[in-house]
Design a binder for this molecule. Sequence first.
Ligand SMILES: CC(=O)N[C@H]1[C@@H](OP(=O)(O)OP(=O)(O)OC[C@H]2O[C@@H](n3ccc(=O)[nH]c3=O)[C@H](O)[C@@H]2O)O[C@H](CO)[C@@H](O)[C@@H]1O
Ligand SMILES: C=C(OP(=O)(O)O)C(=O)O
Length: 417
Amino acid sequence: MEKLMIAGGRPLRGTVQISGAKNSAIALIPAAILAETAVTLDNLPLLSDVSIYTELLTELGATVERDHDQMVIDPRQLVSKPMPNGNVKKLRASYYLMGALLGRFGEATIGMPGGCNFEPRPIDQHIKGFEALGAQVTNENGALHIKAKQLRGAKIYLDVVSVGATINIMLAASRAKGVTTIENAAKEPEIIDVATLLNSMGAKIKGAGTETIRIEGVDNLHGCRHSIIPDRIQAGTYMIAAAATRGDVIVDSVIPKHLEALTAKLQEMGVHIYEMDESIRVVGQPEYMSVDVKALVYPGYATDLQSPMSSLLTQASGVSVLTDYVYSNRFKHIPELVRMGAKIRVEGRSAIIEGGMLSAAKVKATDLRAGAALVVAGLTVPGGITEITGVEYIDRGYDHLVANLSNLGAEVWRRDE
Ligand SMILES: CC(=O)N[C@H]1[C@@H](OP(=O)(O)OP(=O)(O)OC[C@H]2O[C@@H](n3ccc(=O)[nH]c3=O)[C@H](O)[C@@H]2O)O[C@H](CO)[C@@H](O)[C@@H]1O
Ligand SMILES: C=C(OP(=O)(O)O)C(=O)O
């Protein structure tokens, strides 16, 4: 079993480069199979989810070549094949194969997705979208079988604002006959990134990034080259870690606009932030004020930065209230932080956090961002070693974590036991 070991208490100092966004990459890779010729993706992050997606495409007959942060996906030999089990169960975003294969072959059989199941994560809105486009969806022993004689454009109003459903419908609708509109669409930057790729492939998508997206179906999509947007969640985690350790860090190769909600919240706490064109400097301070944080859909404060923020809020004086309006129960990191001495209680969908010192402990990451929260917490603790298990979750979303933190002056290492 691998562990992440942290001898904390050192302020992070220096510059960290942010790689491409996980939540874009794992949508762009399946999107590429809608093309008739090869798609090249640049700025690809080195993450386990990306490796699993590479295997999935290979299983489907695509040729995938990877060289550092570049991936070339040649889908010419792609075949329609049921994927009820195996790698699809290892990551959440395998659900994008539903929309992509449906668009490409009019049919898909995909096992229900895996990934971080910190609470039930239904995909009813994806199914509603596929059905509206004319597909029949049946659940066969835990795998969804989706089939359409002819996909037809439709008006789809999402009951909940869903990133996954918005992207999945865009994927299938790009190859439907006629026009699809998605109302109450999610507006996350990753949705714009997917629409940008699809448009470069020849799709006709307008309005991505707003609550109404219009997709005019086309007969063919072709290869192209696309650079993935920076990972705002990785960037945000380093910003939070810089503040929590009272460090001074430049988070480089980012789009500061994507991090506005976090930046504003950190400033409200008293953290000093300097925004440049493609980087953000975070200068920690000895004292922080408690704040209330509400995790919402974009452009609100990101739920994926809720867990790391709960660790930072233990460093503020007074009581902070952190409420997650996206997931009602994304609090598996809280008992672990309590093991480290944090004074936190969960009430409904809120965590009530009282400031105070943390201490080193053996803790377990039960999902990706819970892991990020424990890393931030461990970095703040002087005089002891925090041992984090569940490193495989952290590897889903943070590439070169140990190297990046070490470059910033942290004492962090992996231990295999
Ligand atoms: C691979 C990926 O991009 N993952 C991100 C994506 O997940 P994902 O796309 O799965 O999350 P959604 O945006 O779909 O979920 C938002 C909310 O809608 C609910 N819901 C969603 C779909 C559905 O059919 N029915 C339904 O009820 C969910 O339970 C949740 O409460 O957005 C989440 C919310 O920003 C992030 O935490 C994840 O990091
Ligand atoms: C929940 C996350 O990812 P996924 O939806 O891929 O499980 C995340 O990135 O925090």
